[in-house]
Write a protein that binds this ligand. Structure first.
Ligand code: NAP
Length: 482
């Protein structure tokens, strides 16, 4: 590609660019294996410098009015949308997802800036009836301070946008550490910050050693909150460390989403929902359908229609027109997919379609449909994070709910039914942070995104999304007379 002005092989600290030196991280395009570029491999000291820069910018930023901060967030939104095509191309080149999905991700990320620009005006307090007549109890909300954000590779723009927009709108300064496999979409936020004239130090982007940067986040006294999106395994390590520094934490972690199709479902709608939920980002999203439960009465027809639909999916470089599924992020991802398929087939599952590395080579994999999958197989309990749709069979509603809840995760769940009473019953019975009925795509800035159980805690987006970035302050005014 002709490098756009958003492509920077440098970190953004205190409004200055720090180029990659002798110590760097190489970033490859998963579709071609070609090197996209290199970014600095920073450590603890540079992370401290970034936190200091954010800390220096924080007092003036928190003192700005909600309208002033909102205007910067609106400018962020507009800059993202005005440059949607260039930013999407950069995203596809470093991450692999089809260009149409990358464009949708830029729009999704931008929408959080717009949403929180408006929410910033509604950070209301309270006056609480006091126990005596000469006192007043006042509750106000204040920004937590400097926030450290750590994000994964599967949504290189949107996972930063969800956090940065909420932090900026609420009056916090932020230091972001993107995934090492996809840093360029994150660094593009630095370019935009510069272009819209965001005060220096309010937003900082650093790349480098995850552990060293996380240690700095956990130990630096000026850093008050850590917001993490990534695997449950890493989230647990980070949360334990963050507790040693008594930092506030939000954890958006892994999922193992059930997708239930009842006999009374609109089957065509369920197929389209399953395709959208399962194959977006080649199955590499935390809310991807990981286990598809189909009731006995429609099992055969669902399997047949699903396999027809999957055979039509076009696999290829995300930059090529009409591609539905790009490569997987790396060889390790490919091996996990293969291991899940092998375990399932050795234990009695049938391969309906796909099942092998794609002829295109590299990390491309065939869209794969498995049937007769059971709870004893690894795919039932682990996040596959790849293009494998496993079909489980069930007979009763109670059985489906029990199977769906039989996991340590609790992020997103989906089910299809045309029965209103069942819709309410099942929605309430599913132990998940988010439940979609008759829909395969669940995320929107207007709704609270987040999980329960081992999928973490905290909510991003919606009217609740600023809460994680605000402290509650109680003020007592006494001596007001009798
Ligand atoms: P990951 O391995 O946990 O990495 C996520 C981030 O953590 C990266 O920036 C990584 O940096 C960093 N990291 C690695 N080791 C660390 C450590 N010891 N301390 C602190 N940070 C560390 O996850 P991933 O494979 O990139 O992402 C996929 C996972 O994210 C899946 O489980 C998916 O479900 C989850 N996810 C959840 C949500 C949600 O909203 N709930 C959204 C998207 C994805 P390096 O890249 O430098 O190693």
């Amino acid at each position: 590609m002709a490098p756009s002005r958003f492509f920077r092989e440098a970190c953004f600290i205190g409004g200055e660019w720090l180029p990659a030196g002798a110590d760097f991280i190489k970033v490859d395009n998963p579709a071609t294996g070609r090197t996209v570029g290199r970014v600095p491999k920073l450590g603890r000291n540079e992370a401290h410098t970034a936190i200091d820069a954010a800390s220096g910018a924080f007092p003036a930023w928190r003192a700005a009015t909600a309208d002033e901060r909102g205007a910067y967030c609106h400018a962020f939104h507009d800059a993202l949308m005005d440059n949607q095509a260039a930013l999407a191309e950069l995203l596809t080149i470093e991450m692999g997802k089809p260009l149409a999905e990358a464009k949708a991700e830029i729009a999704y990320g931008a929408a959080f800036f717009k949403w929180f620009a408006e929410e910033a005006r509604r950070v209301y307090g309270d006056i609480i009836p006091a126990p005596s007549a000469n006192k007043r109890i006042i509750v106000t909300k204040e920004p937590v301070g400097v926030v450290g954000a750590i994000t994964p590779w599967n949504f290189p723009n949107a996972m930063i946008a969800r956090k940065a927009a909420a932090a900026l709108a609420s009056g916090c300064a932020i230091v972001c550490k993107p995934a090492s496999q996809t840093p360029f979409s994150a660094l593009a936020f630095g370019v935009i910050a510069e272009e819209i004239g965001l005060p220096k130090g309010v937003l900082n982007i650093i790349t480098g050693s995850a552990e060293a940067i996380a240690d700095a986040f956990c130990q630096h006294p000026a850093l008050r909150k850590i917001t993490f999106t990534g695997s449950t395994e890493t989230g647990k390590l980070l949360a334990a460390k963050a507790m040693a520094g008594m930092k506030r934490v939000s954890m958006e972690l892994g999922g193992n989403a059930p997708f239930i199709v009842f006999d009374d479902a609109d089957l065509d709608a369920a197929i389209e929902g399953a395709i959208a939920s399962k194959f977006r980002n080649a199955g590499q999203t935390c809310v991807c359908a990981n286990r598809i439960y189909v009731q006995s009465g429609v099992y055969e027809s669902f399997a047949e229609k699903m396999s027809d639909r999957m055979r039509a999916l076009k696999v290829g470089d995300g930059l090529d027109a009409g591609v539905d599924q790009g490569p997987l992020i790396d060889e390790a991802a490919l091996r996990k997919v293969e291991a899940h398929i092998e375990d399932a087939t050795q234990n009695g599952a049938q391969l309906v379609t796909g099942g092998r590395r794609h002829d295109k080579g590299g990390t491309f994999f065939e869209p794969t449909l498995l049937r007769d999958v059971t709870s004893a197989m690894a795919i039932a309990s682990e996040e596959t994070f790849g293009p494998v749709a496993p079909l489980f069979r069930f007979d009763t509603e109670q059985e489906a709910i029990a199977m769906a809840n039989d996991t340590e995760y609790g992020l997103a769940a989906y089910f299809y039914t045309e029965n209103l009473a069942r819709a309410w019953r099942v929605m309430e019975a599913l132990e998940y942070g988010m439940v979609a009925v008759n829909e395969g795509i669940i995320s929107t800035p207007a709704a609270p995104f987040g999980g329960v159980k081992q999928s973490g805690f905290g909510r991003e987006g919606s009217k609740y999304g600023l809460d994680d970035y605000l402290n509650i302050k109680y003020g007592l005014i006494g001596g007001l007379g009798k």
